[in-house]
Design a protein. Structure first.
Length: 118
């Protein structure tokens, strides 16, 4: 991962608060961002800053064309999660804070295992 400027940290935090999904597949946590293909430049920008994350698509479903960006595994735990943990707070967005906390709690063992291995 590249070192982010404060502006870049704000962009990532804001876009994930507003459009991101904090969850998992039952085995590992993931942060997902799904948006229309018109936002391709933003997705490419994210990949440049988080090269261990993945970009999928474009997909077409229900008349909608979109890309899906995902951070999971080491990319999530080492690159994205520290940023989210330091920036997403209840005074900024209580709902997003709760979603992030639920993901961290549900996958606490997985996250701890990756952090111990680092």
């Amino acid at each position: 991962m590249v070192a982010l400027t404060p502006f870049e940290e704000g962009v990532v935090t804001g876009i994930l608060i507003g459009e991101g999904s904090f969850g998992g597949d039952g085995k590992q946590p993931q942060v997902t961002l799904r948006m229309h293909v018109r936002h391709e430049a933003l997705f490419r920008w994210l990949i440049e800053r988080f090269p261990r994350s993945r970009l999928y698509g474009p997909y077409g479903h229900g008349g909608r064309s979109y890309y899906q960006w995902m951070a999971r595994g080491v990319a999530l735990v080492e690159d994205v999660l520290p940023l989210l943990e330091s920036r997403i707070t209840p005074d900024l967005d209580a709902y997003a804070t709760g979603r992030l906390a639920e993901m961290r709690e549900r996958y606490a063992d997985y996250i701890a295992r990756i952090r111990r291995a680092a």
